[in-house]
Design a protein around this ligand. Sequence first.
Ligand SMILES: Cc1cc2nc3c(=O)[nH]c(=O)nc-3n(C[C@H](O)[C@H](O)[C@H](O)COP(=O)(O)OP(=O)(O)OC[C@H]3O[C@@H](n4cnc5c(N)ncnc54)[C@H](O)[C@@H]3O)c2cc1C
Length: 243
Amino acid sequence: MAGEFDAKVLEVERFAEEGKNTYLLIRMEKPQGFEFKAGQFVLAGHPKLKNNDSPGELLYRAYSIAAAPHMPFLEFVIAIEPTGGLSKFLSEHLAPGDTLHLKGPFGEFLHRSQKEKAVFIVTGAGIAPAMSMVRDLMFKGSKKVIQFFYGFHSCDMFLFKEELKKYSTERDNFFLFPTSFKDGPCCWNGTCGYVQPLVEEAGYNDENTHFYVCGSPGSMKASFEVLTKMKVPMQKIFTEVQA
Ligand SMILES: Cc1cc2nc3c(=O)[nH]c(=O)nc-3n(C[C@H](O)[C@H](O)[C@H](O)COP(=O)(O)OP(=O)(O)OC[C@H]3O[C@@H](n4cnc5c(N)ncnc54)[C@H](O)[C@@H]3O)c2cc1C
């Protein structure tokens, strides 16, 4: 059930690209009594950032929980909007020891079935709820086939790289398809380009498949277009737009 909680920040990792902060990876204490399902989100506010449009209120924004329910802490991936309200404030001010006010959990972007193959198509900070679901499935020893298509800008923005690679080498049911979509020369010896052609190439050959799509509105539109082209029925597609 949703509630309101104060949670202490334990760690703040900053990912920068071309000199600009791009993502924050925040690890926080899990407040007493806070329970959630993999894939859910919270509304987070910083006590020093009030909402100018609503006097007395904090400026709240939705952030998906990247940690899984069994983990002893909460984790969030925050894409920093250069002209943003809360994300910019957090990128400039957030430090370990700070407290954030959380409301939640909310959301129905949840893993649906133990039987169906799961295909994740995520870009940027859209990895957060997918990571939560994958961590949950891995923890529970799920044997179902999981394909994880993940598009990030430059190669340095491949979040959770070691953990995802570990799943793909140690589990015979987890298949990782990372790709960098930055313009210009390819930045590694992996795949470069948008994530959608990889999805199309892998094909839709098992009707017992669920697709979980998350990211910015633009990348989600492109993912929908490709899934439509592949004739995936709408009821097999689950989404969350991070906007
Ligand atoms: C379900 C869901 C899950 C999401 N999960 C994630 C996630 O995991 N990671 C992620 O990065 N994003 C996520 N998002 C997006 C996130 O909620 C924010 O939209 C994003 O971080 C941008 O917020 P922002 O305040 O930085 O910028 P904006 O919302 O773009 O705010 C900028 C505008 O807010 C106004 N503003 C600035 N300061 C103030 C103020 N003090 N008071 C009032 N207005 C002000 C200004 O007009 C400014 O132009 C999610 C969204 C949804 C709906």
